[in-house]
Design a binder for this molecule. Structure first.
Ligand code: C5P
Length: 245
């Protein structure tokens, strides 16, 4: 049986303020999507890769990823959808009959190390059907009521706190997330509707699995799997890369 990795790279990444999609922004001379693909390939546990790309950029993405000498697994490129979830679904539609395990990873986390890829795949192969990496949360996190609180009628904009969850039990979740393929397919088919009906957040693939009432497990995450959203994140990633070499 084989492991398929879906690498999502179809976002626009407007917060980086560049005139090209985030996945194609350079870090140490290579696009983010190439860094991510290299680490997936060199984990030794990925058999093939599907990269989701922005409309019209399939040949550009194929050129940089499939021709990179460090990406030594078969690569297919598919146009993504309007949302990340639609992009993952487009990649999942290309799963072959032997792909019993599927990884979903964001090109926006280009430095997720190969050992993290192995960790999530090993946990799924050991029998956990949906596994995500997570880091302990160091800040105190508060849940607030939606919208502004107008009770004072003046001063700066305020929100009302409704809950302070015990941070010992909170995890900041990363990618790659790993799933039994049949479970991920069912989560994509049924999860979004269920989440919407029950008011649950399904902002990642694991959220869709939770929404259909199936268990999700967390393994230890990695600082290097940080998400690149802003120019500052890109600078931090550059420092991490220096540290790596
Ligand atoms: O925008 P954000 O950083 O949250 O996107 C997370 C990942 O999902 C990125 O790697 C992005 O390229 C991908 N994405 C996608 N299709 C979309 C939107 C985002 O593949 N429509």
């Amino acid at each position: 049986m084989t492991t398929l990795a879906i690498l999502t790279a179809a976002g626009s990444g407007t917060r980086l303020g560049r005139d090209l999609p985030k996945a194609l922004v350079g870090l140490d001379g290579f696009p983010l999507v190439v860094h991510a693909a290299r680490r997936l390939a060199s984990s030794g546990v990925v058999d093939s890769l599907v990269v989701t790309c922005p409309a019209g950029l399939d040949s550009a993405v194929r050129d940089v990823v499939a021709q990179d000498p460090h990406v030594d697994v078969p690569v297919r490129v598919v146009e993504g959808g309007a949302t990340r979830q639609a992009s993952v679904a487009a990649g999942l539609a290309l799963a072959g009959p032997d792909d019993d395990v599927v990884l979903v990873h964001d090109a926006a986390r280009p430095l997720a190390p190969p050992r993290l890829v192995r960790r999530v795949v090993e946990a799924v192969r050991a029998g956990h059907r949906a596994v995500v990496p997570g880091l302990p949360v160091t800040d105190t996190v508060k849940r607030v009521a939606p919208g502004r609180d107008e009770s004072a009628g003046g001063g700066p904009a305020v929100e009302r706190v409704v809950e302070t969850p015990d941070r010992v039990l909170l995890r900041a979740v990363q990618t790659p997330q790993c799933f039994e393929r049949t479970l991920l397919e069912r989560a994509h088919a049924e999860g979004a509707g269920r989440a919407a009906a029950e008011g649950l957040a399904a902002t990642d693939d694991a959220g869709l699995v939770e929404a259909i009432g199936e268990a999700v497990h967390v393994v230890a995450g990695e600082e290097a799997a940080m998400k690149i959203t802003t120019e500052r994140d890109l600078l931090v990633a550059g420092l991490l890369l220096e540290e790596e070499s």
